[in-house]
Design a protein around this ligand. Sequence first.
Ligand SMILES: [Zn+2]
Length: 184
Amino acid sequence: MRDLRPAGWVIRTNLDRPSLQPDQLYLEEVGAPVWEREHRAAGLRQIGAKTRRYVYERDRHMCRRCGVGAAEAYPGEPDSHARLTLGHVNPHASGSGAHAENLITECARCNELVRNLTGVQMDSAQVWERVKALPRRSKQELLEWMEADGRPVKPIDQAWGMYRQLPAALRDEMRQGLRDLLES
Ligand SMILES: [Zn+2]
């Protein structure tokens, strides 16, 4: 199961679905065919739990490519739920290992997209069009992100990202806990 999840398989336990028995699993989404050679996840399966946690934490539990958070909906698709996984910074570099500096947090959708873009470079002119179309204040902000090579995240965003990574039952508990805290 630990090998399947990074490959996009969504397998639920009774932690995320209270209706399941502790010994039951529910296959919600079939991921990449890991038995095929090209999907034998270039070292992804060798990522230890510690590295995995470190990368998610470093990236504030957000897709580094599109910015979506765990279980958040994609823009314009209120019913969608993004799922985070790990990908390689440069998916085409052969032999890039399972070290944190080679890994980034990606949502399953971006991960799939990036893997399918083999050899295709983002068209710089297209990106520039987008950049130019931004209002001046956003341009300024973007430049700051570029210079810092990262997007500043407030503590509230970080707390939100971590909360979204919890199984549903624990999220319910925490929501109630915060409600109680604020009302006391
Ligand atoms: Zn994404």
